[in-house]
Design a protein around this ligand. Sequence first.
Ligand code: DQA
Length: 147
Amino acid sequence: MKIAVIQGPNLNMLGIREQHIYGPMNLEQIHDQLKNAASQNGVELEFFQSNLEGELVDRIQECLGTVDGIMINPAAYSHSSIAIKDALSAVELPTVEVHISNIYKREEFRQKSVTASATTGVISGFGPFGYHMGLIALMQIISEIKA
Ligand code: DQA
């Protein structure tokens, strides 16, 4: 089983940016933990981070026929990008959207995700552990499809 982990803009700044909101872990540390959990379950992860909308769209399109599912944190693009939403709708893969912070108790402009409607489900507010939760959810959904 192969899962693409796609990280949007400014997530390369985790560990530096707004630690009171996103915590002290950087993206590499989050990915290392996730890689451990995945390998214990025989899951292969492909990591990608970009600050550019078009690169995220390209990466999502490449997922078609190459991975079994997508875990994505579109970051700020969650609140604006119809292009990312359309790319997710186009590939029709099991997809979990993760937000480190609880977007529903933040500024009003963060409380709506336009990308979420193209995903299987959303995890928001559990810190970096949300990626672990997303992995478990995707493993369950994908194994049900493959069964
Ligand atoms: C975020 C929430 C977004 O509103 C914000 O723009 C981010 C990170 C999160 O993981 O909590 O960059 O997606």
